[in-house]
Design a binder for this molecule. Structure first.
Ligand SMILES: [Zn+2]
Length: 152
């Protein structure tokens, strides 16, 4: 599982991803992986893998519980969302920035080398997700598969 999500991340955002995870706790890394890959405990995903009767969120919005809904819209997490909203500032509502990708609204092709993920935004996103407890799973706390990190 851990290896699988890393593969997806690599495809998603190549070189910057490692930096993104540097310094995160296991809990924070797990939360970020779940949000970035979309493989998580939100109903939108659970429904796809036939683990939930409905893809809809438990709130009254009658909307699919996607990562986007969870982070930015769901009325169940207004309280937990407050700090993240302040931290994200101008980038509020941009899923890519929130998860360490580029802000679609300010992308310039020639910025490629300069660009770095907005770590503060990502941390705020992660801490929000953890605060809600919505992504918590029994497996995420214990299993850390040994990764063969060969440094040359
Ligand atoms: Zn909701």
């Amino acid at each position: 599982m851990g290896r699988f999500t890393k593969e997806i991340d690599r495809a998603f955002n190549s070189g910057h991803t490692k930096k993104l995870y540097d310094g995160l706790t296991a809990l924070q890394s797990a939360a970020l992986s779940q949000l970035r890959t979309g493989i998580n405990k939100l109903n939108g995903y659970l429904h796809k893998i036939h683990c939930s009767d409905t893809p809809l969120c438990d709130c009254d919005c009658n909307l699919v519980e996607t990562v986007q809904h969870f982070l930015f819209a769901c009325p169940r997490w207004v309280e937990q969302r407050r700090l993240m909203r302040i931290a994200h500032g101008e980038a509020w509502g941009d899923l890519s920035t929130a998860l360490g990708g580029k802000d679609r609204r300010s992308t310039r092709e020639d910025d490629k080398e300069e660009w770095r993920p907005n770590r503060e935004n990502v941390l705020a996103t992660i801490n929000f997700a953890i605060a809600t407890g919505r992504l918590a799973s029994k497996a995420s706390t214990s299993t850390t598969s040994p990764t063969s990190s060969t440094s040359s």
